[in-house]
Write a protein that binds this ligand. Structure first.
Ligand SMILES: *Cc1c(COP(=O)(O)O)cnc(C)c1O
Length: 377
């Protein structure tokens, strides 16, 4: 059994993916080719934004947004403490300061109350200027945008939605990647919609920002490539990746998203009386980048992981260290008590195999092995 089965997906889509790759080779439009434009149109249409701009990866996507907003030294950017490093790293790379906000114990996502407290604390301290909040749609579940939007409006902050894991999710049919003033996603192979290497995209309804990001992603180009009006990046999505994504997007829309939700429902039905299973609030829909249990203690979590491993079932700890505990962020001086929920989750979570090609038998094998572990302890 695989944690994510990209091989099974390739076999299911092989004819079309092979054709897409060969067609690209035949056309030879490897950079900014036809498939890139087509993909951007389809993605914007799917998430319901005016613009989609593809780029080299999900980290650059966040950077493009921060550059458009001219985020830099002296600016405070609020990020969840419990996330992948890229969410915070991009802030530091621009010279701004990430402020780590605790998360909600049941959704894993940024806690609106903790956000407001953090904003007020920064304002009171007076050394940093609050500019942006980056909610993350962790494990596929959209963050609490209704509450976060109200707080952001009140304090005049921009929202940058990090939907690297959230593509395909929604809140009352409003799609992930449409909640931010700018939103981003990643096409890293293991994400809900992944390509065969690195890839990413930004989404916005703002024409000016879209034009600016089109420029920055190609060396700050002006009217043409050799007219450079600002300092930018080399951050294009390869045509080959776009061609593969066009095939995968169809499968994602047609059945993959449904299949991961069916898998999650079966996991939850089997496990909910034994362990803390993922909580999906009313009206929310997850794209299940991960299916994550919360155990009582680190010892229990580690023992369960070892038990699964003994039965050849892969599992992962996302994430073993919150941002504030990363060596790279020691200098900010946070302690575990500042964000106790992020600290506790990092010590007790365990993610199970999750992908659209899991069979019912696979899932039952996982859940039976987990229940057998409970009974033996
Ligand atoms: C994967 C990920 C990113 C970065 O995406 P890349 O394409 O790997 O650069 C950013 N934020 C979160 C929450 C992620 O999971």
């Amino acid at each position: 059994m695989n944690f994510r089965d990209l091989h099974a997906q390739y076999l299911a889509l092989k004819t079309e993916i092979d054709k897409a790759m060969i067609d690209t080779a035949m056309r030879g439009d490897f950079i900014s080719g036809q498939a890139v434009t087509e993909l951007e149109e389809q993605l914007a249409d799917y998430v319901g934004t005016k613009h989609c701009i593809s780029c080299a990866n999900g980290t650059d996507a966040l950077t493009l947004a921060l550059k458009v907003w001219n985020i830099g030294p002296g600016d405070a950017v609020f990020v969840p403490d419990f996330t992948f490093i890229a969410t915070a790293e991009v802030v530091s790379l621009e010279g701004a300061t990430p402020v780590f906000v605790d998360v909600d114990a049941s959704t894993f996502n940024m806690c609106p109350d903790s956000l407001e407290k953090a904003i007020n604390r920064v304002k009171k301290e007076g050394t940093l200027y609050p500019r942006v909040v980056i909610p993350v749609d962790l494990f596929g579940l959209p963050a609490d945008y209704p509450a976060i939007r109200a707080i952001a409006d009140k304090h005049k902050l921009l929202i940058l939605e990090d939907a690297a894991q959230g593509f395909g999710g929604n809140i009352k049919s409003k799609m992930a990647c449409s909640f931010g003033d700018i939103s981003t996603t990643s096409f890293f192979p293991a994400k809900p919609l992944g390509c065969y290497g690195d890839g990413g995209a930004v989404f916005t309804n703002n024409d000016e920002w879209a034009a600016y990001m089109q420029s920055i992603k190609v060396h700050g180009k002006g009217t043409d490539k050799y007219d450079n009006v600002r300092i930018g990046l080399n951050s294009r999505l390869d045509t080959l990746q776009a061609a593969i994504l066009l095939v995968k997007l169809e499968a994602f829309k047609n059945y993959e998203l449904k299949k991961v939700n069916d898998a999650a429902s079966l996991y939850t039905a089997c496990l909910k009386d034994h362990y803390t299973t993922p909580f999906i609030p009313e009206g929310y829909f997850s794209s299940w980048a991960q299916y994550t249990l919360i155990l009582d203690t680190t010892a229990q979590r580690d023992a369960l992981q070892a038990h699964l491993k003994k039965h050849n079932i892969p599992s992962m700890v996302y994430y073993p260290k919150p941002m504030h505990a990363q060596t790279a962020y020691k200098h900010l001086g946070y302690s575990a008590e500042d964000n106790p929920i992020s600290d506790r989750l990092s010590k007790t979570v365990l993610s199970l195999p999750m992908h659209p090609y899991l069979t019912e038998n696979d899932i039952l094998k996982v859940t039976e092995t987990i229940i057998e572990f409970e009974n033996s302890n």
